[in-house]
Design a binder for this molecule. Sequence first.
Ligand SMILES: [Zn+2]
Length: 321
Amino acid sequence: MTLPWLQEAKQSLCAARLADRVPHALLLHEDPGAGGLQLASWIAQLLLCRESARAPCGACPDCQWVRVRQHPDCQHIQPEGKSRQIVVDQVRDAVTELRLTGHSGRAKIAILAPAEALNANAANALLKTLEEPTPTTLLILVTTQPSRLLPTIRSRCLKLRVAAPARSDAVQWLTDARGAGPWDAALAALDTGPLALLEIDPAEIASTRREVLVHLCALHDQTLQPPAIAERWAKDELDLRLACTESWITDQIMIAASAIDDLPEMRREPQLSTGPRGLNIGLLLEFHDAVRELRSLMHTSINKSLAVESLLWRWAQVRTR
Ligand SMILES: [Zn+2]
């Protein structure tokens, strides 16, 4: 799987390797769906490949073991089981392993993803390792939210930005990889890069998004009331519906704030009767925050029906307040 938008980052890493300037800790700041984990795996292959002159060859046993996460010198640390956190014991085990002599003799690598899942104790344990790096070790932290890492961790890592490709390039890439589909609508719905859509049916997302937009417009026009819609949302694909809501509100804020009369792709979508320009941008921003907050609570035991109903009442009032 070729990810052309990572090419520049790969070239700079190859140059760093040739100059023997690979750092001991890398922080990959990725856009969602941009391929941070894929780049981390490529870096591990670069350092562990046995075909040194053309590393990473992608074909030698070391490259293949890295790719299938079976290389003894490349650990993957992520939240385990139902936990949403990387805990201190995982970091301690990884650090112990990093100190052992490598199987390949080339490098010892640990990939932590998503790095923002490190809890406080785990982050502190990691910090000690970052302060006393050993010559052949490399820690790769992958995160979409570097601001959630300790500043002392961030400052000890070399930062590399992993940006998602432009929307049109992402559509093209997905079409090549998976065939035709409503990729533009699916990418817009989830506001993400292409890799997040590798195993998802884009038609289903596009159709859910359209239904969400119809509901939001109907609430805005008071032709539907929040309780009926809240019940439907809470029963089915609530996470996706909230993601669609957030990305669409972001678009409305952009329209309300920009000098452009209308973004071309918006014309095919359900429209607010008053138009975003008739809405108070402050209220849109407040509503946007409320959607984000509810999304962050989706894994907790809150009463989802009630929470989403209250959110939709709030949206209905954005018009009249
Ligand atoms: Zn290789």
